[in-house]
Each structure stands twice: as C-alpha cells, then as structure tokens.
Design a protein around this ligand. Sequence first.
Ligand code: G1P
Length: 314
Amino acid sequence: MSRRVASPDSVPGVGSPVIRAVIPAAGLGTRLLPATKSIPKEMLPIVDKPVVQLVIEEAVASGITEVHLVTRREKRAIEDHFSPDPELEASLRKMGREDLVERLHAVTGRCRVSYIRQEQPLGLGHAIQLARPHVGDEPFAVLLGDAIIAPFAHAPPGLRQLMDAHAQTQGSVVAVHRVPEDRVSRYGIVEGEASSPDRPDLLRVRRLVEKPEPGRAPSDLAIAGRYILTPAIFECLAGITPGAAGEMQLTDALDLLARKESLHALTWRARRYDIGDRADYVRCFIEFALRRPETAETVRSLAQRLLGGSGATE
Ligand code: G1P
C-alpha cells in the first residue's frame, strides 16, 4: 500500500513525473592522476562504455528525457562523446556495421543532452546553482557523474527508486547507504528518523553534515550521489557560504532545505561504485565484465585461474 508521508505544501510541479536531470561532471579527478590528466574521470571506460554514459543510461531507464551536464573547459571529450560523428558513422555503414551505429546512438537517441560550463571549481553546490535556468520550476534529478549505481537483483534502476519515493513523499529525496565508521568523513552524512513504521528504509531527514570529522558524524548513512530536489533548493543554495574544503556544498543547502520542506533519505536497494577511487573503479570494471554476456565467461575463468594461486594467465 502506498502511503503519503508528507504533505505537498505548494511545491510547483510536484506530482508530475521528474523528467530533467543535472549531472555534475566538472571535478578534477585528482585521485586518478595521471590517467585523468587529459581524460575526464567520467570518460574512463567500464568495459566498452564511458562512466558518464552508464550514468545517463540509468537516468533514461528511470524516465529522464532531458539531461544537463555541468562540465568545465578541459572536459571537451564528454561533449565530443555525445555529439554526432557523421564520418565515423559513414565508415561503419560501409563496413556493414549498422549495429555499431545504433550503439553510438544508444543515449542521444533517447534523451536531449546539453552542457553547462562551470568556469571555476567552486563546488557541487555551485554546479547545481548554475543549472537553475535549465531545470524550470519543477522537481529535478541530480546524478553525480562519477558514481555508478548497480541495482540489486529485481530492483528498479537507482534513480527510479528515488523517483518512486518522491512520488510518495512529494518532496526532496536523497539516496543513502551505510558506510563503515572510518569512512564517514568522506561523505555527506544524514540524521533523521523513520517516516512511518512500514517504511524503515525511508527516513525523514532532520540534519545533514558534509564530511564530518571522525567521531562527530550523526550516523553512518552516507549520501550516495543521487538526489531528487524541489526548486526550493536554489533559495537554500543562495543562502550558504563555502563549507568543507572551502567549496559551496550541496549538503549544506540540503541542511537548510530540511528545515523548510520535507526531505527524505532512502536506503536504496543498489550497489554504488565511486569511480574516483582506484579500487572501486577496478571492482566496477570487473563486476560489469562479469555481467556482460560477451565477456563474462573469459573474465570468470581468468579470475578463477588468478585466484587459484598460480598467477598464470596463458
Ligand atoms: C559528494 C557530496 C557528498 C556525497 C558524495 C558521494 O562528495 O558532496 O555529500 O556523499 O559526493 O559520492 P565528493 O565525493 O564530491 O567529495
């Protein structure tokens, strides 16, 4: 049974489907240097697709039709990736590879992609604020461009799970996952209480802290990089000052939002990969290769041989 857990107040557009998404992809990718010196981390491949394409595929599978990518000047490769390439397509057609042409259109054929330039690295909050003229006066989605979300078996795409929670609460929703105590300082952490006894996975948020010092985190629930936000977030963004790392933090604006409107945190049924983290990037690559029919068998037997101890792969 679906039950409303908050009143809609008078948020414009609430109740209609969320169709616009903002994807911030302007970070420096320092943890993956030197690989990310000339390739944005969002363009690193996971088997044969760049990270940002997988993020947009999640958005499209969830119902998004309009994507606004926030990039910086050095990230032309992202724009090139989603631009038509008539010469490449003509060559592929000559080779009889219509299937590859279709794969090139997999994303752009299903949603509109546009770009917003973030000229200065002023933080995630600033990136979202730049999107204000593009998202209109309706709730919109935010998907961090360096996080890949793999839903658990039989669960909907990550963003879809948030949209369903938004449809129920009629307010802003952030996805969270539990993290070990020694990692809380890497994330935005939420504090709240269960919104209703039948939804222990959906908390009404009271407070949020961006990258709390060890021992000072209000919980172990970390913001996972997917959000549905009402337009009230823009007023809140206008009201914050630089926070953690001297940047404009979206989490600080969410902390203000939680005092004005309903804000919920969903412990979703999904696994998150942080592409900026070397080990997580490798794990993501291997797990996706194990899921793809074209690569699954070879990679599985390779892993078994390596873990069997011989280390030999020939
Ligand atoms: C950002 C957000 C943080 C969130 C994290 C998830 O931090 O500010 O609240 O928990 O993404 O990846 P960043 O990783 O950009 O430092």
